[in-house]
Ligand binder design. Structure first.
Ligand SMILES: NC(=O)c1ccc[n+]([C@@H]2O[C@H](COP(=O)([O-])OP(=O)(O)OC[C@H]3O[C@@H](n4cnc5c(N)ncnc54)[C@H](OP(=O)(O)O)[C@@H]3O)[C@@H](O)[C@H]2O)c1
Length: 293
């Protein structure tokens, strides 16, 4: 279980920030405040988004809430050619966000590092004692990399949605659940593309419970799979719809229909956890041109 510094349980829906644009700063900050006022107290920030300008939007939002009431997770991202760049990124986050601690620092992916993953692990443990951050997180690890860090990990962010179940297949989600390591899914709605496929099973569950398809998906992941979901949503009607997805229960049999769902087209994609030639990197799998886009 994760907590904010003020002791509040961290919401199972987290705020994603990919495609948030500084040019719309006032509207984006209003959306973040609306999200927060709906009880969502976790935000994910990646320096690479909007060429770093996303930090200005998040900084303005953070000034409008009590810092200790929000769980702030910053990501070590592209641009780490050498080990010293990790600390440099931490300094950029501290300065640009105007904060004096992080709730979590997460490695976006070993693919963003220009040096050995083992070196990163050593470095983040050193920085953990130097800087005030409370949790060490990882994302997009292979099972072998996961094995190397599972003794000190306290957060994992991974690909998960109805069609992309690699982190189920490789056992990482099960391990996290059994060991109380919060697992948060990115692209849980596959940027609304899952709903656009109008899969019979999802459409009939939406009809049965009088909910939208996205509400069925969020409800299944949080209430049944016991994982968190990171959802980027700027439109208030989306935010409301997503938060209201937690106000109902489905039957065990219906949840199992979603557990057992597979899309063979996605399952056939040759993938890698890093940059292996001829394979699609794990974080790019949900963006492959399959079905209705
Ligand atoms: N660690 C990694 O490798 C990694 C990779 C990808 C993403 N992430 C993180 O995970 C977050 C979430 O992933 P994502 O943003 O790629 O995908 P997502 O959250 O599945 O989808 C976001 C998109 O779906 C729309 N949306 C949200 N709720 C909706 C609803 N109820 N009905 C219809 N459309 C809805 C949003 O529209 P509006 O904005 O118009 O409301 C937005 O365009 C990212 O923002 C990022 O922070 C991490």
């Amino acid at each position: 279980m994760l907590y904010t510094k003020s002791g509040k349980e961290v919401s199972k829906i987290g705020i994603g920030t990919w495609t948030i644009k500084k040019e719309n700063i006032d509207d984006e900050v209003k959306s973040l405040q609306f999200y927060f006022n709906q009880g969502v107290n976790y935000i994910d920030v990646v320096l690479a988004y909007d060429n770093g300008a996303v930090l200005d939007v998040v900084a303005k939002f953070l000034k409008s809430v009590k810092r200790e009431d929000i769980f702030l997770n910053v990501f070590i991202t592209h641009g780490c050619a050498k080990i010293a760049d990790v600390e440099e990124q931490i300094k950029v986050y501290l300065n640009k966000l105007g904060v004096d601690y992080f709730d979590c620092i997460t490695l976006h992916s070993p693919a963003v590092l220009g040096f050995d993953f083992k070196e990163y692990v050593k470095e983040i443990k050193r920085l953990h004692t130097k800087y005030k951050f409370l949790n060490i997180g990882y994302s997009n690890l292979s099972p072998a990399q996961f094995e190397q860090v599972k003794d000190h990990i306290s957060f994992f962010e991974g690909l998960y949605n109805l069609e992309n179940k690699i982190n189920d297949d490789n056992g990482i989600i099960d391990y996290c659940i059994q060991n109380n390591i919060p697992f948060y899914a990115y692209q849980p709605l596959r940027r609304n593309r899952t709903a656009k496929q109008n899969y019979n099973k999802v459409v009939s569950l939406a009809d049965k419970y009088s909910k939208t398809q996205n509400q069925i998906l969020i409800n299944w992941m949080i209430k049944h799979k016991n994982i968190g979901t990171l959802i980027k949503a700027s439109k208030q009607e989306h935010i409301k719809e997503n938060v209201e997805a937690l106000n109902f229960e489905m039957t065990e049999k219906d949840y199992k229909l979603l557990d057992n769902f597979r899309n063979k087209e996605f399952d056939k994609i040759p993938f890698s956890y890093c940059n292996e030639e001829g394979k699609i990197r794990i974080d790019q799998i949900p963006n492959q041109p399959i079905g209705i886009l």
